[in-house]
Design a protein around this ligand. Structure first.
Ligand code: URP
Ligand code: ZN
Ligand code: ZN
Ligand code: ZN
Length: 483
């Protein structure tokens, strides 16, 4: 059975042109004019783009005494509905749990995925077992290791652990990732705020000002540089963090920054809403920021100092959020976004002229496919690539509302937002999963995508570090000791 996408305009990270796309066996087998196939999909008036890749999700994750509500089933269904065809989820060992054990837990959950997926591994504690198992994790196709510089007493690692782990990641040809917030300062500020009677969700934002993120981002960049490992900074939310990343990139350091669609389009006024539920539903780390940070993030995407837009999809129901009704530090941290990332970014990026359609493809798919070493299997419209495609209709509109979303939770942080630009079709490895808003995907269709270490960036950085490594000075005359 073959499928042909006809009469569309192909939009990739670097090209825009009219052509049909032929799909056979889940792969793109021809691109050209007047192609025919058993099934025809009409893309008249649409852009044919690589499906989105969301490199930052937490599906059914044990966190803050509960589990995030969207699992691989509902989460990947939501992804496809919004034009995203691959997610990368964080396997998260609890403190003292082995990495391979955590991987087994994630494998037990991910079999229900509707679209393809990969994992990052979190390093939540440090010891010989973690050091040893990291090699096996890389052998299994997981080359990215995330470190939490926040969540003190739970997931946080200290600087000595960070440095040791970064060095190990570098030696294994992987990429270090950080959640960059100064967890010590957050803990102090949180305790003080609570003692002063600041218990509401707005105090979550007060406890995590931009400085804690700027400081931690800069620290992570310097530690990574000393360890000789490329660094990926997740959820870059503010100018203070972006500034550190921008400076590092200008210095030639191998650093990427990942803003979230939430931080690009929502701000901290949400926390001042009189409705406790409204504010608590938006509690995530880093928190939504003062609006002026948004200009910085958009400019970063335009200029290339920021590389990828993700969601950090970690959805909790209102009931789960209410665990923190007397104490903001107990509100589970996380928001949804998987279904809305692409339409929201198109609406606020392409429709405003902040982004070109090609830049949209780069930051939703191609850049991360290259960083994660799955390009051009993913993130491309090329002969031989997986047919993970979205046929994007720039004229279709809708108003986002929880009532019609795929996500399992009872609200949506983008409720009431009008978007223009939606999938006409989403295809996962050639199978049509979404047609004009109607989801018809298959649970269990998704496959694990293994990734190879030692990307070009790894090799270049290692070569440079080797060339510039400290070396003893050869000397002819050494003075006698004790003179
Ligand atoms: O608040 C957030 N972001 N929750 C998910 C876990 C994390 O920190 O990424
Ligand atoms: Zn995080
Ligand atoms: Zn509300
Ligand atoms: Zn996250």
């Amino acid at each position: 059975m073959s499928t042909v996408i006809r009469n569309g305009t192909i939009v990739t990270a670097d090209l825009t042109y009219k052509a049909d796309v032929l799909i056979e066996g889940g792969k793109i087998t021809a691109i050209g004019e007047n192609l025919t196939g058993d099934t025809q999909l009409d893309a008249t008036g649409c852009y044919v783009m690589p499906g989105g890749i969301d490199p930052h999700t937490h599906l059914e994750m044990p966190f803050m005494g509960t589990y995030s509500a969207d699992d691989f089933e509902s989460g990947t269904r939501a992804a496809l509905a919004g034009g995203t065809t691959m997610v990368v989820d964080f396997a998260l060992p609890s403190p003292q749990q082995g990495l391979l054990d955590a991987l087994q837990m994630w494998d037990n959950k991910s079999g229900r995925a509707h679209c393809d997926y990969s994992y990052h591994m979190a390093v939540t504690w440090w010891g010989q077992q973690v050091f040893d198992e990291m090699a096996e994790v890389v052998k299994r196709g997981i080359t990215t290791f995330k470190h939490f510089m926040a969540y003190k007493g739970a997931l946080m690692v200290n600087d000595d652990e960070l440095f040791a782990s970064f060095r190990r990641v570098g030696d294994l040809g992987g990429i270090a990732m950080v959640h960059a917030e100064n967890g010590d300062v957050v803990a102090e500020l949180s305790a003080r705020l609570l003692a002063e009677g600041n218990t509401g969700p707005e105090a979550h934002a007060y406890s995590r000002p931009p400085q804690v993120e700027g400081e931690a981002t800069n620290r992570a960049i310097m530690v990574a540089d000393m360890a000789g490992v490329p660094l990926y900074v997740v959820h870059t939310s503010c100018e203070d963090s972006h500034e550190a990343i921008r400076r590092a990139r200008q210095q030639g350091k191998r650093v990427w920054g990942e803003p979230l669609i939430q931080h690009l389009t929502l701000d901290d006024s949400e926390y001042f809403n009189k409705d406790w539920d409204h504010a608590a539903r938006r509690v995530m780390s880093p928190p939504f920021r003062d609006k002026r940070n948004q200009d910085s993030l958009w400019a970063g995407l335009q200029s290339g100092s920021l590389s990828v837009v993700a969601t950090d999809h970690c959805a909790f129901t209102t009931e789960q959020k209410r665990t923190g009704v007397d104490d903001f530090t107990k509100i589970p941290n996380g928001t949804g976004g998987l279904e809305d990332r692409m339409p929201m970014l198109w609406t606020h990026g392409v429709n405003t002229g902040r982004l070109t359609p090609n830049e949209f493809v780069a930051i939703t798919s191609t850049n991360i496919a290259k960083i994660l070493n799955v390009y051009p299997r993913k993130g491309a419209v090329l002969v031989g690539s997986d047919a993970d495609l979205v046929v994007w209709d720039p004229k279709t509109e809708k108003t986002i509302t929880a009532g019609s979303q795929q996500s399992a939770i009872d609200y949506n942080v983008f409720e009431g937002q009008k978007v223009k630009g939606l999938p006409r079709f989403t295809l996962t490895r050639g199978v049509v999963a979404v047609t004009e808003g109607k989801v018809d995907s298959r649970e269990g269709h998704g496959e694990f995508v293994a990734r190879e270490p030692n990307t070009q960036v790894n090799r270049a950085l290692s070569q440079w570090k080797e060339l510039t490594a400290p070396r003893p000075i050869e000397r002819s005359g050494i003075p006698a000791t004790g003179v």
